[in-house]
Design a binder for this molecule. Structure first.
Ligand SMILES: *Cc1c(COP(=O)(O)O)cnc(C)c1O
Length: 362
């Protein structure tokens, strides 16, 4: 570990791979011999063209996207996609299905409804405090699209595989698990992901969109909220978040060239999660909050016997260089976010601390 750097279990913005941060530091004052910082170059320069094109190409290779799909970079975070998706994909006579698996799904539903769109909720896990992913969902065959939150950052649940929507395009908020595993792209119409959990810094949202869905947008949608604006202008209708896109490019390069791709990344993520869940399962002190078959490999949520002990746990962990273990303010408890950039060694440092804490307080 580099001098003074902690093991970062923050939920987002979250840890970035150290080689990426080092490359940013190298290029920060003089990018690629330009004599300027990457934050000083023009977004109309060939330097930035190369950055954004490379980020798009790497996304295509990593996720196995064919020519049907566009890769876009949009500002406003995942939260702005909550309105852009229904605005662009839902006509006035259409309805969409949304599965409610927690806070973020709920916000997506609220936004679509606030715009006067028809939203049906064929399944929800609210009855047991969003601790599981619903099964055998009665999706409507006439839905314009079906929306899911692939990983529930706050509740610590994750879809193990894509649900069968019977050919209706799947729309997924993948903010907290994009690029953590391979996906079956044929099921998807649209994917969006705020970068700040798994692929970069805050300030940019990746949108992957199938060409045939572009035709649905009405003429009344404002320019900046239309997907076709981003398609036509290669995500550069206005000034894009240059530094955020550059960082995403470097993270994707790290994924391809250092990790070796998403199959390799998934294997590493599985080992990390299994190691941590094994400790929760063996312990009478720590209790996992998600159903075992719905557990997230990205956000591991757990409780201790009392809120007092939880507070002390987070505090002592922090003092020992393990940061970001407090649960979301809406649910309490503890959460270890173990995104792509957190390595096995970091997770083992955490479990060693957890065992010692249990020995002293159990
Ligand atoms: C963090 C998060 C969001 C919100 O992202 P912003 O970029 O802050 O708008 C939405 N959905 C999920 C699943 C998230 O984890």
């Amino acid at each position: 570990m580099k001098e003074g750097r902690i093991v970062n279990f923050n939920p987002g913005p979250a840890a970035l791979p150290l080689p990426v941060l080092e490359e940013i530091r190298e290029s920060f004052l003089n990018y690629a011999g330009s004599g300027m910082s990457v934050t000083e170059i023009s977004h109309r320069s060939s330097w930035f063209d190369d950055i954004i094109d490379d980020a798009v190409q790497r996304t295509r290779r990593l996720l196995g996207l064919d020519d049907r799909f566009h890769v876009l970079f949009v500002q406003g975070g995942a939260s702005m996609q909550f309105c852009m998706v229904p605005m662009n994909l839902l006509g006035s006579s259409d309805a969409a299905d949304y599965v409610n698996t927690g806070t973020w799904s709920n916000k997506a539903i609220q936004e679509a409804r606030a715009m006067g769109k028809t939203v049906r909720v064929p399944a929800s896990s609210e009855d047991r405090n969003f601790s599981y992913i619903p099964k055998d969902i009665p999706f409507s065959t006439d839905a314009a699209y079906c929306h899911i939150t692939s990983n529930n950052t706050i509740k610590g649940t994750q879809w193990a595989t894509e649900p069968d929507t019977g050919g209706v395009p799947l729309v997924a908020d993948m903010s907290s698990d994009i690029m953590s595993r391979p996906i079956d792209i044929d099921r998807y119409g649209l994917i969006y992901a705020g970068a700040q959990k798994n692929i970069g810094p805050a300030g940019v949202c990746m949108v992957i969109l199938r060409q045939d869905l572009l035709d649905r947008a009405q003429d009344t949608i404002p320019t900046m909220l239309r997907y076709d604006t981003y398609v036509k202008k290669n995500s550069m209708y206005n000034t894009p978040p240059v530094f955020a896109v550059y960082t995403v490019q470097l993270v994707l390069k790290w994924l391809e060239e250092t990790v070796g791709g998403l199959t390799e990344m998934e294997a590493i993520n599985r080992r990390k999660a299994e190691h941590l869940y094994a400790l929760l399962d063996e312990s009478g002190f720590y209790t996992g909050t998600a159903d075992p078959d719905s557990r997230s490999r990205m956000n591991v949520t757990f409780r201790l016997p009392s809120e007092d002990l939880e507070k002390r746990f987070v505090q002592e962990a922090h003092e020992q260089g393990l940061g970001g273990l407090k649960g979301h303010r809406s649910v309490g408890g503890c959460r270890a976010s173990i995104y792509n950039a957190t390595d096995m060694k970091g997770v083992e440092t955490l479990t060693a601390f957890m065992q010692e804490f249990e020995r002293q307080n159990g």
